[in-house]
Design a protein around this ligand. Sequence first.
Ligand code: AHG
Ligand code: MN
Ligand code: MN
Length: 278
Amino acid sequence: MVEIFDAIKKSAIRIKWLIENEDASYSQNINATGDTQLKLDIKSDLIIEEEFKKISSVKEIISEEKENKTPIYENGKYLVGYDPLDGSSLLDVNFSVGSIFGIYKNAYDGKHMIAAVYVIYGPVTQMVTAYEDVGMYKLNEDGDFAFIKSLELKDSGLINASGGTHTGWSKKHHNLIEEIYERGARLRYSGGMVPDLHQILLKGGGLFSYPSTSDTPKGKLRMVFEVFPFAFIFEKAGGEAIDGKRRLLDLIPMHPHDTTPCYFGSKKEIELVLKHNE
Ligand code: AHG
Ligand code: MN
Ligand code: MN
């Protein structure tokens, strides 16, 4: 596992350089989920592929930016699903973006998830890993990621971040969000799941949701590259992650690019989600 974390660190340092120095415009290509790729989405993906190709414990990888899986070492133990540059459409407005990794054994689902990692490229670059516990690291000027602290969610928090077109929200979702605000929550939504979920983890609690909407009935966020890694991290940090009713890590994707509605939060907020979805 150490060598996988090392490959992620090396990729992150290279991607940070790209973000700061390279052209953030769109390419002519469309990815498997129908998004037009930025040149940086493609380059970040290639960097990660290049770094994982050096790691003999990696059997196979699959990226949000590629339709198909890429075999690496036949005798490798781990499968890695990753989103090379999450929130890349926010690069032009200079918001934080991230890279997300799910490390699996045998199959790309929650039962087979071994570890999850994300990197956030903000005013500073940080990395959060969930393996035995959840730890946050900061990239220093000497190129090392120094351990900062362990992350743990409180039982409840007053940050609310809900995505999806409001006019497409169900009545249930409107009622849920209304109750959350009535309890004193504040809106904190950047439109990048990495900074939005990072904020909830760092501030100790709250709720992030990307529900089923009339325009995206299965939500927008992708299970293998985005949802399972964060579900794993939230559970390890003492929170919960559900699709409205079921635990996200119990879902089995039919296709690596499948999406699901998702709710990540501290225990009390997830209780509310369940109450509104009864
Ligand atoms: P990506 O940039 O990898 O395509 O992902 C963007 C995702 C996620 O970061 C965010 O939570 C969500 O899209 C935002 O969607 P809306 O713009 O629909 O709120
Ligand atoms: Mn993404
Ligand atoms: Mn992406």
